[in-house]
Design a protein around this ligand. Structure first.
Ligand code: GLN
Length: 492
């Protein structure tokens, strides 16, 4: 299937030019043709998808479509529960786990008539930035299969960038939607904390996790966010804030007279690749040419983002992952003599090395002797980081930054150096600590033809403004929707 946006496909469905069953068959055929190279999926749901597509076609014939996206194929990151379909988190621990219920986000997609075609690969339990930490092998970047797609929602990014599906859901705890979107040349949106229900999303760091759209263009991100957003009584942290018609208001945003903050901490530094830096300058120039005013600001606490995140997130992860002990969920080590041995062997065999590192760090920062020095202090720094955003957003409507300090890197090049991997998120992680929303927009290419994404960020529940701003810019940049060349020839 060609890399076409969902809104175009929806138009064809509405005209009767194509059926949902045809779209799903094309998607499944393209998945089959490209998976040997891409490995975007952990589970492909061929039969369920075809059955759901036929239901959609029946509804359409009866004039009873459920939403503008009824009949459109979608892929789901494999850390969102899907009733009756295994949900692995790309971990041996959950390799055979079949949940008895669906996450709210998935249920909302199905209630809107979308067709789930499969579950995508990720870094185990969403910990990582390259989709190499997976019990099911690494996913490959469709622009250059020797390179990583980013992570942890790498499978979802690959599925969209590789033209396997037009839409996917990812989750973003420290950058896991935006960074792979940037490395794969697609749009990725991390909504405000509380905008999308986390019910049924397997928890990594509960105060940071958010589900969001990964799409070919901004209009699709607006449509997909509108479908999954909203209050959910099953998630006490989901916000009771009305969901605007994001797609309808895209065209009414005007950049003229808008102010964009340019935090110097995001645009300087040794780690910033020169080609990304050039793209960032061109991005700001484009904004100025649309009538925006660029405001220089400083966000002095951003330099503590990585350390703060790796205290808060590991603390929460060590608590959330305590449930995987062989007693209730998933894998249990065989032949153990007593319950302590069962717990420890189950964890030793079921978790990969990065998970063990995180659980140990998290347990350490929460332990009685170190709690004040680490966890408590990190919570205070988190507040300071949020205040940096509040100050920048007092002076400006939006904040701009590169999404990733570098384009897609070679597989294997960062796996032996955890810190080098953690630094992939240096521009994305602070937004999760603040709880606000941000979007990565395809903004240019390296000389070698790798995509580069730039980020726009806004305050709490300002997704409508964020999407409108990104849509206008997308028209001016003309980069979104570009096809990954590696995969173009394999189109079914
Ligand atoms: N890369 C970060 C980590 O490994 C963030 C991952 C995420 O957003 N899920 O924890």
């Amino acid at each position: 299937m060609a890399l076409r946006s969902a809104h175009e496909l929806a138009g064809q469905l509405a005209k009767g030019a194509v059926t949902s069953e045809e779209l799903v068959r094309r998607s499944l055929a393209h998945i089959k043709a490209t998976e040997p190279r891409l490995n975007a999926f952990v589970t492909v749901m061929e039969e369920q998808a075809l059955a759901a597509a036929r239901e959609s076609d029946k509804r359409r014939a009866a004039g009873q479509t459920l939403s503008p996206l009824d009949g459109i194929p979608v892929a789901i990151k494999d850390n969102m529960n899907t009733e009756g379909v295994r949900t692995t988190c790309s971990s041996r621990m959950l390799e055979q786990f079949v949940p008895p219920f669906s996450s709210t986000a998935v249920r909302k997609l199905q209630d809107a008539g979308l067709v789930v075609v499969g579950k995508t690969n990720l870094d185990e339990f969403a910990m990582g930035s390259s989709t190499e930490n997976s019990a099911f092998g690494r996913s490959a970047n469709p622009w250059d299969t020797d390179r990583v797609p980013g992570g942890s929602s790498g499978g979802s990014a690959v599925a969209v960038a590789g033209g396997q599906v037009p839409l996917a859901l990812g989750s973003d705890t420290g950058g896991s939607i935006r960074q792979p979107a940037s490395l794969c040349g697609i749009v990725g949106l991390k909504p405000t904390y509380g905008r999308v229900s986390r019910y049924g999303l397997v928890a990594f760091a509960s105060s940071l996790d958010q589900i969001g759209p990964m799409t070919v263009d901004v209009e699709d991100a607006a449509l997909l966010l509108g479908t999954v957003a909203g209050h959910d009584p099953l998630d006490s942290t989901s916000a009771d804030v009305p969901v605007p018609d994001y797609a309808a208001s895209l065209r009414s945003f005007d950049w003229k007279g808008r102010r964009v903050a340019r935090p110097k901490e995001f645009f300087t530094g040794e780690g910033l690749d020169p080609e990304v830096a050039r793209c960032a300058d061109a991005f700001l120039e484009k904004l100025a040419s649309l009538g925006a005013e660029i405001v220089d600001v400083s966000m002095p606490h951003l330099k503590y983002s990585i350390s703060t995140f790796y205290i808060v997130a590991t603390a929460e992860a060590s608590s959330n992952l305590a449930r995987y002990d062989g007693a209730q969920y998933g894998f249990r080590a065989a032949g153990t003599k007593n319950i302590i041995e069962m717990f420890s062997r189950t964890r030793a065999q079921g978790f990969g090395p990065e998970i063990k590192r995180r659980v140990m760090m998290g347990t350490h920062v929460l332990s009685a002797g170190y709690y004040d020095a680490y966890y408590n202090k990190a919570q205070k720094v988190r507040t300071l980081i949020k205040r940096d955003y509040d100050r920048a957003l007092e002076k400006a409507d939006l904040v701009a930054a590169p999404t990733s300090p570098f384009p897609a890197f070679l597989a294997g090049s960062r796996m032996d150096d955890p810190l080098a991997m953690y630094l992939c998120d240096v521009f994305t992680i602070s937004l999760n600590l603040a709880g606000y929303c941000g979007l990565s927009l395809p903004s240019g290419f390296t000389e070698g033809g790798l995509p580069i994404g730039m980020q726009l960020m806004a305050g709490a529940f300002e997704e409508e403004k964020l999407l409108g701003a990104a849509w206008q810019l997308e028209q001016a940049l003309g980069v979104a929707g570009s096809r990954a060349p590696e995969i173009a020839g394999a189109s079914a």
